[in-house]
Design a protein around this ligand. Sequence first.
Ligand code: SAM
Length: 348
Amino acid sequence: MEITEKLIKTHSLSREEALELLKHTKDPAAVAKLARAAVEIRRRYYGDKVFTRGLIEFTNYCKNNCYYCGIRGGNLHAVRYRLAEEEIMDCCRNGYDLGFRTFVLQGGEDPFYTDEKIAGLVKGIKKRYPDCAVTLSIGEKTREAYRMFRDAGADRYLLRHETANEEHYKRLHPAGMSLRARKQCLYDLKDLGYQVGAGFMVGSPGQTPECLAEDLVFLQELKPQMVGMGPFIPHHDTRFAGEPAGSVELTLFLLSVVRLLLPKVLLPATTALGTMDPCGRERGLEAGANVVMPNLSPVKNRKQYDLYDNKICTGEEAAEGFECLRQKVASAGYRLVSERGDFCGADE
Ligand code: SAM
């Protein structure tokens, strides 16, 4: 069976099949065929709905030193900030009024925010907005911490695995970090009943088709409810400053592939995609994505959450541009809805 056909029919790929498929990333007929099938299957489960998440980047302090990231602890040029609880609550209030029903608390691994403080934050948000989902994206924690956050009411957790290839993981991270620990966190989170998001950067330094094939195999093993995938974009204060950015076309191709591998998955058209291409968001939706994550962080701090160069933060990706985003989504044939936007299948 032709490889695109195989994926569309069986929703699965072995490592070798994934490698075969990845030879077609520049073949317009294959790209179009996969996107058509991806959009069709997304429509079957989610209709024309596009879900929104209000992203609150609440701290850019980080004890880690991921080599690709502008807010890594070792970057002494980063201007650090952390939001106070009240400021976070203000972001939620603003977001709720705009129609957001999911808040994503994302940050570096900031020791100031102890597990107890995070649990308190989650409780506070859930108490004020019981009809909203809370997603955490604060990195690697102990299983006990994840349990505490879950007991406090956290619904979802985003933790990109970054790459499923051991050697590649080592090229991107310092010795204290390991793919094994990252994966264990993801399995713990699933086990604790979170809707879990894994994912990776497309075109990160050293990424090969073999790495991507392993990513696709790992996603099939883990079966996350969400997958975050965006192009790698260099940051001037990292060792990868001179590396090329990941390709928008390859990202779109992979969005379609992941939609077909995990038909019900919640798949964002990411800010990084919107940074690389002014129409990146819409193109992401046309490739199979069904989530957008506008920024609800205070305007004064947005530039400081500086993961990569030229990160967009004042246009439609920002909450202020929400109405404009709604219209753009509508003109692409979809409907931006004011709902929690949970995973639509039984948990696996
Ligand atoms: N600290 C949390 C964690 O480790 O999951 C969440 C924050 S972290 C900055 C969020 C994501 O940003 C990472 O998972 C990574 O994939 C992405 N990121 C970091 N640097 C990037 C870059 N240079 N280009 C594109 N994405 C990047």
